[in-house]
Ligand binder design. Structure first.
Ligand SMILES: O=C(CO)COP(=O)(O)O
Length: 255
């Protein structure tokens, strides 16, 4: 059977504590009964804010939904006030962690050295990095693909080979994040196909797309991505159900 499509979301800092738990319960209820999930065609991950990780892990306990943090320290445990270690996230039951998101690069000045150290910390502790890469300005997809490959290579600098932890690469063109609509399907497909080919030849990994993604996009991408990294357009949890319906339709069409 083909690998399940990865359908994930970061809640960024949008929701409060209670709203996060309510939303996660809704999505978990959808996942429990949706054939795309129960038949193994979709694998879900959710990245809520740090203070909600523990109760959210409890909400999804009897499911295969992966929970991850939106950030981690680049350092092993020690005297790093205010930071959260990969070791603690893994101990809690997190299975993935976001690294290199455009908002962290832009607003928190995370550079490639820091992103490489965070990626290495994640992998050394068995957390799959959801490594976000993308070009800043809209332009030619070949140039964008080269830039993304360069960013992935740079992020993997400190990771020992062969890699022992799954890598998820989220292609998120900065200009398409928080926008009214995603990048065009031609642009997304052109970049993701090149990025996936590069990963296939360099230790593996799976490319998903994020940036104003919502219901309908997965179907339009016709198999050129391995999943979606969702934001605002799944804040209404029913959108998750629509996307899982698409996964099912894609699966049925491929038989
Ligand atoms: O950055 C994103 C996912 O982490 C995308 O967010 P939006 O879908 O809200 O643009």
């Amino acid at each position: 059977m083909a690998a399940p499509l990865l359908i994930g979301t970061s809640l960024k800092m949008y929701f409060g504590y209670q709203k996060t738990l309510d939303w996660c319960r809704q999505v978990t209820d959808i996942a429990r009964q949706h054939p795309a999930v129960t038949q193994g065609h979709a694998a879900l991950f959710i990245m809520p804010s740090f203070p909600t990780l523990s109760p959210v892990l409890e909400i999804v306990r009897d499911t295969d939904i992966r929970i991850g943090a939106q950030n981690l320290s680049d350092q092993p445990p020690g005297a790093w006030t205010g930071e959260v270690s990969a070791a603690m996230l893994a101990e809690m039951g997190c299975r993935c962690v976001e690294v290199g998101h455009a908002e962290r690069r832009r607003h928190f000045h995370e550079d490639e050295t820091l992103i490489a150290a965070k990626t290495a910390q994640a992998m050394a502790n068995g957390l799959s990095p959801v490594l976000c890469v993308g070009e800043i300005e809209q332009g030619d997809p070949d140039v964008a693909a080269s830039e993304c490959i360069r960013q992935v290579e740079s992020a993997l600098t400190d990771v020992p080979q062969p890699r022992e932890t799954d890598l998820i690469v989220a292609y998120e063109p900065h200009w398409a994040i928080g926008a009214p609509q995603p990048a065009s399907k031609e642009h997304i497909s052109a970049v993701c196909i090149k990025l996936q080919a590069w990963l296939d030849g360099h230790g593996g990994g799976r490319v998903i797309y994020g940036g104003s993604a919502g219901p309908g996009l997965l179907s339009r991408l016709e198999g050129s991505v391995q999943g979606m990294f969702l934001g605002r357009f799944v804040h209404d949890a029913s959108a998750f159900e629509q996307i899982l319906d698409e996964v099912m339709t894609l699966h049925d069409a491929s038989r």
